[in-house]
Design a protein around this ligand. Structure first.
Ligand code: CP
Length: 313
């Protein structure tokens, strides 16, 4: 079994993963003993694109569950001698990887690796750890858990009556891509807020309301997700300076007041302080859930690894 995208998951799978994630979140929060459910299993992280949060949290998640974890040092690997992804992934899997965590700039990489392993009859699971501008399923899972936990809700309670404004560079965001697929399935209402050139294509996501002005876009929102300009994924560079972006779309203590009372801010990271979010707001844990997202990144990835690698009781 693999996790290549949110669309892979049935509602039962989705609820199971989110429940398990809340279970691990509570267990780690209580400093309780973690069942060593992955003892004797091997996890390999194959990150062909830079990462801090996802790479480290998958490593910690595997180790907390007792797995042997190898993070391939890509810069020192034969990837830089021109080895093809197919050969690298088959090689790592043939060494005994039970699960491979894959990040790459190209859409479809996790499925490509899963197919390559399948063709060689190697039964490793594959997890998409972020690919291209399209998908980052474990980020969406951890975002959902962060919102549920902030509201004190269970997965069964869902997110009915909750509005999330996604602000900034939605067009180049794989985080937005997976959240758009996941959060409405729990009942949340989404909105897009940002300049026209950073919105998804006009024909995409027609059910989601769009706002080109921050005040109206935030009005009544319970959660605000700030997204950075993902300049490395733009063909022609940014059309707005960081200063202009902050002036029109920056999330600050002041602009957060446009949202519903008690609204909380999220950011998947890495963040650019003073561009899409004010540093003082990011650090203010009365209003910011950013470090909750980071912590839930570990426990949600524990849930994903557990679900993929063990027989469920
Ligand atoms: N949110 C996220 O994917 O961060 P990293 O790129 O640091 O993994």
């Amino acid at each position: 079994m693999h996790l290549t995208g949110i669309a892979d998951l049935t509602d039962a799978d989705l609820h199971f993963l989110l429940n398990l994630s809340q279970y691990y979140s509570a267990l780690v929060g209580q400093d309780a003993d973690i069942p060593q459910r992955l003892k004797g299993r091997t996890q390999v992280n194959l990150f062909l694109e830079n990462s801090t949060r996802t790479n480290v949290s998958f490593e910690l998640a595997g180790k907390k569950l007792g797995a042997d974890v190898l993070v391939l040092p890509v810069a020192a690997s034969s990837v830089h001698k021109g080895e093809k992804l197919r050969d690298t992934s088959q090689t790592l899997a043939a060494m005994g990887a039970d699960v491979m965590i894959v990040r790459n700039k190209d859409h479809g990489t996790a499925q490509f690796v899963a197919d390559a392993l399948g063709q060689s009859n190697i039964p490793s699971a594959v997890v998409n750890a972020g690919e291209g501008i399209h998908s980052h399923p474990t980020q969406a899972l951890l975002d959902a858990v962060t919102i549920l936990n902030a509201l004190g809700r269970t997965v069964k309670d869902g997110l009915e009556g909750v509005t999330l404004a996604i602000c900034g560079d939605i067009r180049h965001s794989r985080v937005a891509g997976s959240n758009i697929e996941l959060l409405p399935r729990l009942g949340a209402r989404l909105r897009f807020v940002g300049p026209a050139e950073l919105m998804p294509a006009a024909s995409a996501h027609l059910q989601i309301e769009r706002f080109s002005e921050l005040r109206s876009g935030l009005e009544g929102a319970n959660f605000v997700m700030a997204l950075r300009m993902q300049i490395e994924r733009m063909n022609d560079g940014p059309s707005l300076s960081g200063q202009d972006f902050f002036e029109h779309f920056g999330i600050t203590h002041e602009t957060l007041k446009y949202a519903a009372p008690g609204a909380k801010v999220l950011h998947p990271g890495p963040m650019n302080r003073g561009v899409e979010i004010d540093g003082g707001l990011a650090d203010d844990r009365a209003h910011s859930l950013i470090l909750n997202q980071v912590a839930n990144g570990v426990t949600t990835r524990m849930a994903v690894l557990d679900a993929l690698l063990t027989e469920q009781d």
